[in-house]
Ligand binder design. Sequence first.
Ligand code: ADP
Ligand code: MG
Length: 364
Amino acid sequence: MAKVQLKNLEKVYGNAFKAVHGINLDIDDGEFMVFVGPSGCAKSTTLRMVAGLEEISGGEVVIGDRRVNDLPPGKRSIAMVFQNYALYPHMKVRGNLAFGLKIAGKPKAEINEAIDRVAKILEIEALLDRLPKQLSGGQAQRVALGRALIKKPGVFLFDEPLSNLDAKLRASMRVRITELHRQLKAEGLSSTVIYVTHDQTEAMTMGDRICVMQAGHIMQVATPKGLYECPANLFVAGFIGSPEMNLIDARLDGSSFSVGSQSLPIGPHLEGRLSARPAEAVVGTRPQHLSLVADGPAFTAKLANAEFMGHEVYLHADLEGRRVVSVVGTADFEALGRSEIIRLRPEPERLHIFDKTDGRNVSL
Ligand code: ADP
Ligand code: MG
């Protein structure tokens, strides 16, 4: 069993800076949990407290059924993979893989068997006799993965492991890591993962669940679909999804909402979801859900720019002095001809209303 629990976890650094503000999180055995958030939000600090590399200032970390606060990293049943690989430069790949098991005093035959198994999984058999400096970035990262895997830990901890790779390699390593996780689970090996990244695409594509963090607080924990469809607050709404959700200051007046001098009916669907009617509201609509329409209720906006992406076009338009983005099909864009004034309709089923004062989504 390697579930991980964070209970009122706090970190205050030596300079009295409070980096982690009492967070609570339960990660299931075998779950792939992603910590995502902007740089400086305390993802690494939190992960390093789980790993035992950073002292815990308050609260508890529980791995399996053990409180591990006072256990050294080597006793926590974890393995960590870092951004910079941290391979021993003077040892060949084989030596790097063997290192942890040698220290643990495992017999030679067992170590060799483990190396063969891991090398096969990661397709690094041909690299075993090379030094780290003779490896490409992607190969070095696979060796670093292998070094974690060979320990058969209860929990894998990853801190931005793909940040040093180019975009193409990052995309393929992403798939490799998720497939590896699935494979380990299928083999009955407990393989709980905590994966730290600032990249929302990595978070969305890899996580069973995602924990969105900001300034040492958890903003929301949910599945990728849950975060995308039901962001709990403005921060999550703006952070998850690409292009970013349009977040537009608005007023709720009776049965309509207004942006500048333009109004649209709230409609029964959204009305039914409203748990409050904030005086200062922000409406949120994703660019994919802001459609170009010929008639019916819609906002009128002035087209400012069109980015051609191949199968779709990102329209940038000015709506009452606010910039909005709409993703439309290429054919719809071409049908526009030369007209500069466009009509944009937010899909009512996918519209969000936030309270501007506290950022809360009042339309879930
Ligand atoms: P992230 O990994 O999300 O980018 P970190 O966990 O590295 O964020 O840092 C969280 C916050 O703690 C940041 O504001 C950072 O400047 C601060 N911090 C990190 N390490 C130290 C330290 N040793 N002493 C003081 N402040 C630190
Ligand atoms: Mg970090």
